[in-house]
Ligand binder design. Structure first.
Ligand SMILES: Cc1cc2nc3c(=O)[nH]c(=O)nc-3n(C[C@H](O)[C@H](O)[C@H](O)COP(=O)(O)OP(=O)(O)OC[C@H]3O[C@@H](n4cnc5c(N)ncnc54)[C@H](O)[C@@H]3O)c2cc1C
Length: 398
């Protein structure tokens, strides 16, 4: 999503310095922000090491068309997870490759999450990470161009964001017939009971998991096509309406393991989706809600026909749909989580993002997020990088 030209970024080996004040490995979502902030004042030298290329096009910067790049292999790394026992198959895991990282290929959805998300991090011993501590760092990357109050939004950042369009009741069905519409229904398994009714929220339900975890969203797409109700008998396919059911805070968690000591060998990713039975309850509830939305739309005059929807006659048929269609939302996080060293579930980095037991090494990216977020993660990753740069510059000036 960032504007890059080859000439901005690439340096021939002979033009490199002998040493740098800071070395940033990975020029992705976090790495680019970090390198930029560390060089902003012109006082420090920074080497940004990126595996992929530099490149820019309007499709990289436009949400939804940007998805195109995740399949062409030049701007992404795709590999298969280990066989997932519940799904009976592997899951394709895709990440961005090249300057901009996953922001080059992602959907561009920007959500900061709720304050309680970060207040829980601080309550768990990560000093300086409560929402009020982080708010300034969210604002640094963002320029809000929407009409809603500015209190939560930045005005001078590189990222330009705008609120979701509000659907008004007087919008006619025709309005959406020529568009692809995507909605997301999020479920949190610990907050939904076995019969699908919401449960009250407690601190225990936010408990984090194994430091090796790889929590992710399982996504299920329900697809329906939309015709134009004003054209009687029209069979014409006019658009696609997709309802995504995504599981936030799954109770199941995966892990990442080294296959060997060869750093060039890809890691073994074990998704371990649905290993906790409660995750099925949230997904069943999400699917039933999606179907209720479709039903209501149909009753309201939308001429939609089902393309891929589950059989809701029993929990078993819903679960079979889940196992057949679940895929990763590619919001991997928390494999190097931030937590106190002597925590019951110890982390990999401390609240300054320093790796325990290693001098001069910090991690700032999606992997340090203590618990899989109930939000799209990129805004959080920008804020983590902004805060990391702030801490590093303060330390360097001592
Ligand atoms: C297809 C897709 C869609 C998504 N949609 C959204 C969305 O709509 N909204 C949202 O909030 N989030 C979305 N996400 C998630 C979000 O983009 C990521 O969580 C976030 O960008 C991760 O940032 P990061 O800095 O941790 O890693 P990345 O941005 O992935 O950066 C990692 C960088 O490291 C580089 N690298 C890897 N190995 C090496 C090496 N050996 N040496 C040097 N460099 C290396 C990579 O090339 C890459 O540039 C999506 C992700 C994907 C893959």
């Amino acid at each position: 999503m960032w504007h890059f030209k080859q000439s901005d970024a690439l340096r021939k080996p002979e033009s490199l310095h002998d040493s740098y004040d800071f070395v940033v490995v990975g020029g992705g979502n976090a790495g680019c922000v970090l390198a930029r902030r560390l060089t902003d004042q012109g006082r420090h030298t920074v080497l940004l090491v990126e595996k992929g290329d530099a490149g820019d096009s309007w499709t990289h910067r436009t949400p939804l068309p940007s998805f195109h790049h995740f399949s062409d292999g030049r701007h992404s790394t795709a590999f298969e997870s280990a066989r997932d026992e519940q799904l009976g198959r592997s899951v394709t895991l895709i990440s961005g490759l090249g300057l901009g990282g996953s922001t080059r290929i992602n959907g561009g959805q920007y959500t900061c999450g709720v304050p309680g998300e970060y207040n829980a991090w601080a309550q768990d011993g990560n000093v300086g990470w409560a929402y009020n501590d982080l708010k300034q760092f969210f604002k640094m990357s963002e320029t809000w161009i929407g009409p809603v109050p500015r209190e939560f939004h930045g005005a001078h950042g590189k990222w330009h964001s705008k609120g979701f369009a509000q659907v008004k009741s007087d919008v006619s069905p025709r309005t959406i017939t020529s568009t692809m519409v995507e909605c997301e229904i999020f479920g949190i398994s610990s907050l939904i009971s076995k019969d699908g009714t919401p449960l009250p929220h407690s601190k225990e339900q936010e408990d984090s998991t194994d430091p090796q975890n790889l929590p992710d969203f399982a996504v299920l797409s329900m697809k329906t096509s939309i015709g134009d109700p004003r054209t009687p008998g029209a069979e014409l396919f006019k658009g696609l309406y997709v309802l995504n059911v995504a599981l936030l805070r799954p109770k199941s968690s995966g892990r990442v393991l080294l296959r060997s000591t060869n750093p060039l060998e890809p890691p073994q990713c074990e998704t371990r989706y649905l290993t906790h039975p409660d995750d099925y309850h949230a997904l069943r509830a999400g699917l039933r809600t999606s179907l209720a939305v479709s039903r209501t739309m149909r009753e309201g005059g939308y001429d939609i026909s089902d393309l891929s929807v589950p059989d809701v006659s029993s929990d078993e048929t819903l679960d079979a749909y889940v196992r057949k269609h679940a895929m990763s939302m590619m919001h991997y996080s928390s494999t190097c989580r931030m937590a106190p060293r002597f925590d019951a579930k110890p982390g990999v980095v401390d609240a300054s993002l320093r790796v325990y037991g290693v001098q001069g090494l910090r991690i700032a990216d999606a992997s340090i997020i203590p618990v899989a977020p109930a939000a799209h993660p990129q805004a959080m990753v920008y804020a983590i990088a902004e805060k990391c740069a702030d801490m590093m510059l303060k330390d360097a000036s001592k």
